[in-house]
Design a protein. Sequence first.
Length: 278
Amino acid sequence: MSALYEMKRRFQRKLPKAWQHRFQEAIYVLLYRVSPARKQNFFNSGYAPALSELEKLPPFDREPLQATLYDLVLRQLVEDIPGERGAILDIGCGLGGGIRLASLRYPGSKVTGVDINATAVKVCRKRMKDLTSATVILGNGRALPLPDAAFDFIFSVGAASYISLPEFLQEAARVLKPGGTLSFSVGYTDASFERHRQIVEAHARKVGLSVRNTVDITENVFAAIAEDTPRRQALINRVPWPFRGYALNWADMPGTPRYQEYADGRRLDYAVVCTKDA
């Protein structure tokens, strides 16, 4: 780990919890500007095994493990959940890989992506110009610049971990139509899967959501990280040296605290599907 990264960790731990999230968001914005991440389609840990379809289908073939995690949340976990998919929202859309995949999986739908990172939004808008039904906006998941009950289906990969679960669920429930579906993934290190299942259900009830399914995906995510290590290392080698330590940890690379959390069984990744009460 670099000295800069260790200083960042010590400083962040001293902040109030609410400010820790905001500080993390600031680092997220900075990392996009100084790293090759903005040239990718996705910015997540991935899910193994990758779908063979996505391994052969551009542009997802460049990052099939990451695309597969999106597909899990976007399609596989909600196949048995009835409901419209006409108006779709991606919270934390990043560079737009999820928007493009949603447009593929649900042709004819209108897909909106929102992200707090102005650099990512700018790049995403350029990339999505060929998708006439896609819209990309700048906004914070804690206070989405969107009207109430505007979407049939909301999906998100990882954003709830940085927004905070209660705030994420509250805003997602607000902009979701009655009877609509919310599907997302999230990762933590502070409790067991069963405990998190209970936490999600408690927070969901408070905002009028019913949990339909909660799935532990930790093993699949960790397998994707191991498989994807060479590609990630090649990208990190292009990150400016002062930020390389942070990039290594963000990418869960071997030898970092984040990777060790997985190796020690202290890391938990899971996916949740909710529906909004009518």
